[in-house]
Write a protein that binds this ligand. Structure first.
Ligand code: GP9
Ligand code: MN
Length: 430
């Protein structure tokens, strides 16, 4: 009941991290385009196969002077995969310990999501572009609750010929076809493009790629580099459009990887390509590979590679602060990655965690610097126990918010609750 909500508010208020004045409002009033890099892991950045960069465009973007990039940013998804990532990014609350929050609670729960906040505080319009079925992960219902005004799902795209792969139309076609909808959006807009080509089983035809086969014993691993390369080309084409149309002048582009593409049981096939001995591969290495990209690109932004630790839960307060909206009044479990007060203890959905120094997996502790399993001293054990308690508290409170639908008991100042029933995404088709 509302007493549970008070406990949550006490937590979020006391864990609030104030914006960094060097970044607050740096992208104020700009359009926002979020690019969802399906199954894209950080190790792809800078990686080469047969001497060729897998993702040359994203590599250049990562190092661009107008890009704020993160080198220790982790996915925190559970079984809800893509939907958990979306949920964290749109609300700064966690997915559920089992299943997908979007699927099980997404239709009826109260949300105070990014599109609603941006619309109500700064007049943003909003849309999602995704060339697959709108019902996947219950998006067609959840997006209404998040405050999305438009959802251009597979119904809005051409599926003739060989346009479609398992989860949607191919990324180059998705970006290309989305432009005509994007151009009708009232500015400033907050939009998200959800790619799908770089999704397991990472299938791609020879007509869509000439990228070398990595030649490992695992075809899934080999395909991964080819579909990631294709995705990279699709993004380059889209950026060419942003430049030529002039949109890039007043747009902040945020790119993120949602979760792993190569699962832990395939990492040994991947190991040699990362110059690692498969026989020495450990849970520490599996955890290290949970890094995914996070980049903010915008003309005039003060870019650079940031090495502080953080995760998907931290994105929304970071974004809001860049746009000049204080996150203080919202129920958010992450903290602004650019804030001096940002917490660098990164919780995984299964309660394991990583800090800048240590990786804690159940009762095992690894030192990040060496990757070695260590026996913590009594002093260190105390510190890590305290970190574990923080992780547990944060996840449990977020679960309470979700399972008890607590946000219906709290409306932030200047926020009007969203009525999902008032939205019809198919109206522009009828
Ligand atoms: C489908 C896509 C895939 O629409 O987003 O979701 P995933 O399998 O990665 O959770
Ligand atoms: Mn996904």
């Amino acid at each position: 009941d509302s007493a549970d909500m008070d406990t949550v508010l006490q937590y979020t208020k006391s864990h609030y991290a104030a914006p960094n004045p060097a970044y607050f409002g740096q992208a104020k009033g700009k359009n926002v385009i979020v690019i969802h890099l399906e199954s894209f892991q950080q190790f792809l950045i800078g990686m080469k196969v047969d001497g060729q960069e897998v993702t040359p465009f994203l590599n250049s973007l990562y190092h661009n002077k107008s890009t704020i990039s993160f080198s220790n940013f982790f996915n925190q998804v559970g079984l809800g995969k893509t939907s958990d990532a979306e949920n964290m990014l749109e609300t700064s609350t966690f997915g559920l310990p089992t299943g997908s929050l979007f699927s099980s609670l997404g239709t009826d729960n109260t949300f105070q999501g990014a599109p609603a906040i941006l619309n109500q505080i700064q007049g943003y319009s909003s849309a999602v572009f995704h060339g697959g079925s709108g019902g996947f992960w219950n998006r067609n219902n959840v997006y209404k609750g998040l405050g999305y005004q438009y959802f251009f799902d597979g119904n809005f795209y051409d599926h003739e010929g060989n346009a479609t792969t398992e989860y949607g139309i191919k990324d180059k076609l998705l970006f290309g076809e989305s432009i005509k909808y994007l151009e009708h959006m009232q500015q400033p807009f907050y939009t998200k493009i959800i790619t799908t080509t770089n999704h397991f089983p990472f299938f791609i035809t020879d007509t869509d790629t000439n990228f070398p086969n990595a030649g490992t014993s695992d075809d899934t691993v080999n395909g991964y580099f080819q579909t990631a390369h294709y995705l990279d080309q699709a993004i380059k084409e889209f950026f060419d459009y942003l430049k030529s149309s002039g949109l890039s002048k007043n747009t902040l582009v945020m790119l993120y990887g949602d979760h792993y593409g190569i699962s832990n049981d395939r990492n040994q096939a991947l190991a040699p390509l990362l110059n690692k001995d498969p026989a020495q591969w450990t849970s520490f290495d599996n955890t290290a590979l949970q890094r995914v990209p996070l980049m903010f690109y915008g003309e005039g932004l003060k870019g650079g590679i940031q090495s502080q630790y953080g995760g998907e839960i931290d994105v929304l307060p970071t974004l809001l602060h860049l746009l000049g909206i204080n996150s203080q009044d919202y129920v958010q479990f992450g903290t602004d990655l650019l804030s001096k007060q940002h917490s660098q203890v990164v919780a995984f959905r299964n309660h394991n965690f990583i800090t800048p120094q240590y990786t804690v997996i159940g009762s095992k502790v690894y030192a990040n610097q060496t990757g070695e399993l260590i026996q913590p001293t009594a002093q260190l054990k105390k510190t890590l126990d305290a970190d574990q308690a923080k992780v547990d508290e944060k996840l449990d409170l977020s679960d309470n918010v979700a399972n008890k639908n607590l946000l219906r008991f709290y409306t932030p100042p200047n926020f009007k609750p969203i009525n999902p029933k008032a939205v019809d995404y198919m109206r522009s088709l009828t």
